[in-house]
Design a protein around this ligand. Sequence first.
Ligand SMILES: C[S@@+](CC[C@H](N)C(=O)[O-])C[C@H]1O[C@@H](n2cnc3c(N)ncnc32)[C@H](O)[C@@H]1O
Length: 262
Amino acid sequence: MTKQEEPQYEHGAIRPLAIMGMLGILGLTVIVLAFWFSPPMNWILWMIGIPLALIGIWLGITYVAVYHKVIRPDYIGLLGSTVTGFCDSLHGDEHILVVGCGSGHVAIGLAKLLTTGHVTGIDISEKVSQDTPTSPFENARIEGVKDQVKFQYGDPTEIPFEDATFDILTMDNVLHEIEEQDLKIQTLNEAYRVLKPGGRLVMLEWIRNRKMSTRLLFFAFVFKSLDYWNTLLAAFTDFQVDHPHLIKGPIDIVVYTMKKPD
Ligand SMILES: C[S@@+](CC[C@H](N)C(=O)[O-])C[C@H]1O[C@@H](n2cnc3c(N)ncnc32)[C@H](O)[C@@H]1O
């Protein structure tokens, strides 16, 4: 029997964090081994082993668990249903742009909802370079939508498409990666530019709050608070921004839908 091919929707940070988890186990081993040594060697080993175990196991296990619990099973359905829910349901003929598409799980999930429409995923990652067709291309082939979706290099701050090209643009967990506030605003302006009049932007971000901080420790600082996003988007008056939707879970998520006026 041939083994069925599985898509690989890997998150970029998952491997380093899994390695940290393994280093945590190494730290535990060092703590146990230290009992066989006399002072000062046992103290030195504990000083190495205890922080390694605490940080490594906490980060590795919690992040990997959150990743498996939140992103992997729910994301395609979550963004797909959010897009359909907020765009008076998809007709199937839309042209959709997924900005910061990563390994393609959202783009591929959306492509499955279309008939004559098309999805384009852009990312600054080398994985979507035309010269190295790695995971998103492979995932689309395995999922049977390689003709409905394409991937290419693209910087969100300079989206490589003409004005008014897309009916829908999605951006999940991408804007927080762009450090500078003026570049975030430039990205939103670019989204506005490439959307057709009446087009929709669906933006999704993990929220930094106390729950996230206890689960992701210092990785929480990569993300932004709900207040931050509300303030940023309130100042962005070109779009008609709907009331944000909060999705409570192991990590809370906010979804903003915005319409470019007709
Ligand atoms: C957290 S990942 C999310 C990827 C994908 N949307 C998902 O949900 O799996 C952020 C994505 O933004 C891209 N990215 C990271 N830093 C960026 C930056 N400064 N400018 C533009 N894109 C960036 C990465 O290549 C990555 O694919």
